[in-house]
Design a protein around this ligand. Structure first.
Ligand code: FDA
Length: 366
């Protein structure tokens, strides 16, 4: 056996399916691809119609090079070649009819797996220590993923292995995750279950998608995406996407009857900013100013919903210490693939694309 792969997740399984032989996957779960199974609401959003390095948080120059050799188009061709049908949904996201389409392919094509085998350590000579004994091969690929969703098998082993070979691991944070709010935004919590199409701005990034209020704070696709680019500081939400007074045209009508927003949202917003629902002609100047906040509501999140709710882990093995085959610059024959690396995609299939592209980079060099 030439190559040991740690982890039977997206990147490990894809690499094994390309290698076909001379590999062994070590996986501590009792089944393969636990995240693939539940991803994309059970349909696995495998990639996106538009993928570029700009969709990734991390070293974008590095990402660009890796994507160049296995792009979204290459992934779609690979799927087609293997009769794995995908559908384009939500304008630009590719989903399977069911995640099992991909999982069944891996079950059929990836046979050399030891399940229920927990990797504990990789020694200097690349022997892999597990709770079921020591395994040795020429190459070791760390494809053990990130910290989110521990109940699905997530562990920090990949980061520990990287550190043991003197790699830097950038700070690990939950990402693609809901945000908790400060007491000043407690009105968000009264809106639990309400969703609004909004423009969310974080730094220079803008997302035009839904925001969803929850009893814990705020979530929904636009916020999940914003969480990737947010470190601290403020996020700005335009709840209307068009200037508020372009809606409040009739001076004799109440504010709430003219805004294209859920009634409960308007009521809570007005209460939060201290404006009564009244006919537009009775609005004072300072009240009009407050209504403009509907176009630019700034808030500083208190934190995130945490790793247990995060789709991914932001941060990881520093890309500057890997070559373009995802090989360690410090230890020949040691490779890192997928989420364990400091590259994190936005919502929309970018993370599976990264898992596959980074695995492909390794495949080319083995
Ligand atoms: P992955 O997590 O897939 O695999 C790592 C494997 O290593 C696991 O099987 C784990 O059990 C194993 N492992 C860990 N520690 C070990 C140890 N000590 N010993 C042995 N084995 C060990 N992305 C996307 O692009 N589209 C989507 O639709 C979604 N949807 C989605 C939903 C939810 C709820 C989550 C949590 C995540 C997503 N994602 C996603 C993200 C996507 O699932 C993720 O980025 C990839 O699975 C990462 O692939 P990896 O191969 O790097 O790790």
């Amino acid at each position: 056996m030439k190559t040991i792969i740690i982890g039977a997740g997206a990147s490990g399984l894809f690499l094994a399916s390309l290698l076909k032989k001379d590999y062994l996957i070590l996986e501590h779960n009792s089944q393969i691809g636990a995240k693939i199974k539940i991803s994309g609401g059970g349909k696995c959003n495998i990639t996106n119609k538009f993928v570029s390095e700009k969709n990734y948080y991390g070293n974008q120059e590095f990402v660009k090079e890796i994507l160049k050799n296995f792009s979204n188009k290459d992934l779609l061709s690979w799927l087609k070649k293997n009769n794995l049908e995908v559908n384009l949904l939500k304008e630009n996201q590719y989903f399977f009819k069911n995640s099992d389409v991909l999982l069944d392919f891996f079950k059929k094509n990836v046979k050399n797996i030891r399940l229920n085998t927990e990797v504990l350590e990789v020694k200097e000579d690349l022997s892999v220590v597990t709770d079921k004994g020591v395994f040795k091969a020429q190459n070791v690929v760390v494809a053990s993923g990130g910290l989110s969703f521990k109940k699905l098998g997530a562990s920090g082993i990949g980061y520990e292995i990287a550190k043991s070979f003197s790699h830097s691991v950038t700070p690990l944070k939950p990402a693609l995750v809901g945000l908790t709010v400060q007491p000043s935004e407690s009105w968000f919590k009264n809106l639990s279950g309400i969703s609004v199409f909004a423009k969310v701005k974080v730094g220079r990034k803008i997302f035009r998608q839904n925001v969803l209020f929850s009893h814990r704070g705020i979530t929904g696709p636009a916020i999940l995406n914003a969480s990737l680019w947010w470190d601290r500081g403020k996020i700005t939400i335009d709840f209307l996407n068009k200037e508020v007074f372009s809606y409040l045209k009739n001076p004799n009508k109440q504010i709430s009857t003219q805004l294209p927003l859920p009634k409960r949202f308007i009521k809570e917003f007005l209460k939060a900013v201290g404006v009564e629902d009244k006919r537009v002609k009775f609005l004072k100047k300072e009240e009009k100013e407050k209504l403009k906040l509907l176009n630019s509501y700034e808030f500083a999140p208190a934190g995130t919903f945490g790793f247990e709710r995060a789709e991914v882990t932001k941060g990881g093995v520093l890309t500057q210490e890997l070559d373009l085959n995802m090989q360690s610059k410090f230890r020949k024959n040691l490779y890192f693939a997928g989420e364990v690396v400091d590259v994190t995609g936005e919502l929309g299939g970018y993370n599976f694309q990264w898992a596959f592209s980074s695995a492909y980079a390794i495949y080319r060099s083995l």
